[in-house]
Design a protein around this ligand. Structure first.
Ligand SMILES: *[C@@H]1O[C@H](CO)[C@@H](O)[C@H](O)[C@H]1NC(C)=O
Ligand SMILES: *[C@@H]1O[C@H](CO)[C@@H](O)[C@H](O)[C@H]1NC(C)=O
Ligand SMILES: *[C@@H]1O[C@H](CO)[C@@H](O)[C@H](O)[C@H]1NC(C)=O
Ligand SMILES: *[C@@H]1O[C@H](CO)[C@@H](O)[C@H](O)[C@H]1NC(C)=O
Length: 684
């Protein structure tokens, strides 16, 4: 390949040499044509044959031909008529760049004889190129402080055309800040061709900032209200300072300059970049109520400029402290006879919160107790007795003091107070009944325990320590009865005898050991119950002098009457009579009347007999007691009767009413004893 290439080079060089040589020999024929660049194929350039004075008919025979000097075949000649025309598109700028004159040189050759003619075709420029800026956009950096009139060089545009087509003028788009100054140069460039071609460049002007603005807070004072229970990390405030500068001149750093009070500094933090102030610790309204913080904002310009603001934080109280109740002095126990108004305890209340959260009201629970609270001065109370007390009803009070603040929600505290009530001897010993009825059988052993009285005293200790004694003011019975002072046992000192004393009535008194002591009394009635300790006794019966009965008598004839008495009473004294030996004669005795009468008629023949009748007199006691009486009857015939009648009328006449009356009394006594029994049983 390399060799071949060299061969062709050598050949063309040789050819050129020969041609030059022949041109010199044949004499100089010179033709000059011009054609505009970019002309279409076939555009006429020149009439070579005619201009060379050649006959058209000669051209072919003389081997008319054209040789171009190594150029592409821009131009071509018609070998029959010798006319030169454009063969292919000619770009002057490509062919000759910026050369002012652009020509294509051609040789025309004829033979027989050999003639060589030189043809020069000038390629004329047309304005087919617009001015071109080196870049579509140019950037200028200008400090904002630069003074008017300063100039800033720009790169101009270039035009590939030549001559006036390449003459460039500039224009700038309308604006208020810049004008264009150029020597044959322009921003908005126009060439001198017709029609004009234009090129455009965008000029970007960056105005450099100078730090001529300081940071400005959007508020000079930030007033913040913060609950004291705000959690750690709470955003307190977002500070907002802005700087009208640009770049780092508007970059702001925040810092705390002053913190008042100082310890708040540990509780808050300031983000230097965002200006956010956050809570860093726990607030306590009770120690910090407000804070004032001086803030500085600094930009990063050189030199930096500062702006200031103030943050005022008001800490709001939250009801985070419960009230406290202190019972400072308690006078207990309280005697039950204390008068209303007596101070029992002093109470003080406190609450560390402020405002309503620290306002405390104190109350008593449960209600209805005989106590009340009176406020002595702010947050001090007295627990005062409101009503009379009675230890015997309530011996101890449990109170709860409740303190409640006015917060929302309110907090409460309570304290229990126990108030014991001490006894005062205000109760006398009392017996369960105003009187007691006691039944005691007569003939008791000496010192027998017959009854026990008991008085109760609701007081306590010695105020309730009861002792008993017999009150002898009314009835001096100390020889019969004694009372045990501690136990209240009643003793009969000697055997009681119903027949002597049926009722003992006395008063037992009871007193407590209080100071002064109080007394109570009770009436005791001791009924002595009868025992069958007396046998019947027959009275007024002369056993030696028999009663004379004048026979004959009819059956049922009353002979006489036995009269007996019994010291006892009731059944014990209710007597019955019977004949010891009922079969021993014609006699009978009235069972209760004691009257002796005949069971059958007695004849005169039975006269002059003296008969002894043994009569048994028995009471109704259990066991029954009895006695016997001998009753003598002498039967006399009617001759002796006068004397006997007289005797009988003396004896029997006087006895009969007596015996009847005695029996009547007996029945009444029995009835009355029985009804007494009934009364006692009913009254128990
Ligand atoms: C702070 O207290 C207020 C009022 O008592 C309550 O509403 C709120 O929930 C509390 N906040 C916190 C974080 O405890
Ligand atoms: C600061 O305030 C300006 C104007 O008041 C506002 O445009 C900007 O968003 C605020 N910045 C912040 C961080 O809130
Ligand atoms: C100031 O800026 C802060 C944060 O952006 C915003 O919360 C506040 O409302 C602004 N103050 C004013 C007066 O615009
Ligand atoms: C006995 O007690 C009654 C009340 O129970 C009282 O009225 C009376 O005065 C007392 N008698 C004496 C002597 O104290």
């Amino acid at each position: 390949m390399v060799v071949l290439h060299q061969c062709s080079l050598v050949r063309s060089w040789l050819l050129r040499l020969i041609l030059l040589h022949t041109a010199c020999e044949m004499g100089r024929g010179q033709l000059h044509y011009s054609v505009a660049e970019e002309s279409q194929h076939g555009t006429f350039v020149g009439h070579i044959a005619q201009d060379l004075g050649l006959e058209v008919g000669d051209l072919m025979p003389r081997m008319f031909r054209m040789v171009s000097q190594g150029r592409r075949d821009y131009l071509e000649v018609n070998l029959q008529n010798g006319i030169l025309f454009v063969n292919s598109r000619i770009d002057r700028e490509e062919l000759c760049t910026k050369m002012p004159v652009c020509t294509i040189n051609l040789e025309v050759i004829l033979e027989n004889p050999l003639r060589v003619f030189h043809v020069e075709v000038e390629i004329k420029d047309i304005n087919d190129n617009a001015p071109v800026f080196p870049a579509a956009e140019q950037t200028l950096v200008i400090a904002e402080s630069v003074s008017p009139g300063s100039s800033f060089p720009l790169e101009g545009a270039s035009d590939d055309d030549v001559g006036s087509n390449s003459h460039v003028s500039y224009k700038i788009s309308p604006n208020e800040h810049f004008t264009l100054d150029f020597q044959n140069n322009d921003e908005h460039a126009t060439d001198g061709g017709k029609p004009q071609q234009t090129g455009t460049v965008h000029i970007v002007i960056n105005v450099l900032d100078a730090n001529d603005n300081g940071p400005v807070f959007n508020q000079s004072v930030y007033k913040i209200k913060l609950l004291e229970n705000a959690t750690v990390g709470t955003l307190i405030v977002s500070l907002n300072a802005t700087d009208l500068d640009e770049g780092i001149n508007k970059d702001i750093m925040y810092s705390m300059r002053t913190v008042n009070p100082q310890n708040v500094g540990e509780l808050i933090s300031l983000d230097p970049k965002t200006g956010q102030i956050r809570l860093n610790g726990e607030l306590d309204f009770e120690s910090i109520t407000s804070a004032e913080i001086g803030i500085e904002a600094t930009d990063k310009g050189l030199p930096p400029i500062k702006g200031h603001c103030k943050v005022l934080i008001e800490v709001l109280d939250v009801n985070d402290n419960a009230p406290e109740v202190t019972v400072s002095s308690l006078s207990v126990p309280v005697p039950e006879n204390s008068s209303p108004g007596t101070v029992v305890a002093l109470i003080s209340i406190s609450d560390r919160d402020s405002g309503a959260n620290g306002q405390v009201t104190c109350s008593l629970w449960p209600s209805g107790l005989p106590f009340k609270l009176t406020s002595t001065f702010k947050n001090y109370y007295s627990l005062v007795l409101a009503e009379p007390l009675d230890r015997e009803q309530v011996a101890e009070y449990s109170l709860v003091l409740i303190a409640q603040d006015q917060g929302d929600p309110p907090l409460t505290a309570s304290s229990s107070v126990v108030v014991p009530i001490s006894d005062v001897n205000d109760n006398a010993p009392t017996f369960a009944q105003p009187s007691y009825t006691v039944f005691v059988r007569e003939n008791n052993p000496p010192g027998a325990h017959i009854f026990t009285v008991s008085a109760s005293d609701p007081d306590v200790a010695e105020n309730a320590l009861v002792s008993y004694w017999l009150d002898e003011k009314l009835w001096p019975l100390s020889s019969y009865i004694s009372v045990h002072s501690e136990s209240g046992k009643l003793y009969a000192l000697q055997p009681l005898d119903y027949e002597e004393m049926k009722l003992l009535e006395f008063q037992v008194r009871a007193k407590d050991a209080g100071l002064p002591s109080l007394c109570g009394n009770v009436t005791v009635q001791v009924f002595v119950l009868d025992e069958n300790d007396n046998a019947p006794a027959v009275s007024g019966l002369a056993e030696d002098t028999p009663i004379q009965v004048k026979v004959p008598v009819a059956a049922g004839h009353l002979v006489g009457k036995i009269h007996a008495l019994d010291g006892d009473s009731g059944y014990n004294a209710w007597l019955r009579y019977e004949l010891f030996d009922a079969s021993s004669g014609p006699w009978r005795v009235g069972l209760y009347s004691g009257e002796i009468s005949t069971t059958r008629a007695l004849e005169e023949s039975e006269g002059n007999i003296i008969q002894s009748l043994l009569v048994l007199v028995k009471d109704h006691g259990n066991p029954a007691l009895s006695t016997t009486a001998t009753f003598s009857v002498s039967l006399v015939a009617s001759a002796q009767a006068v004397q006997s009648d007289a005797h009988l009328s003396r004896m029997g006449g006087s006895r009969k009413p007596l015996a009847d009356t005695a029996n009547l009394y007996l029945i009444i006594a029995i009835c009355s004893v029985s009804s007494l029994f009934l009364l006692v049983i009913l009254s128990r």
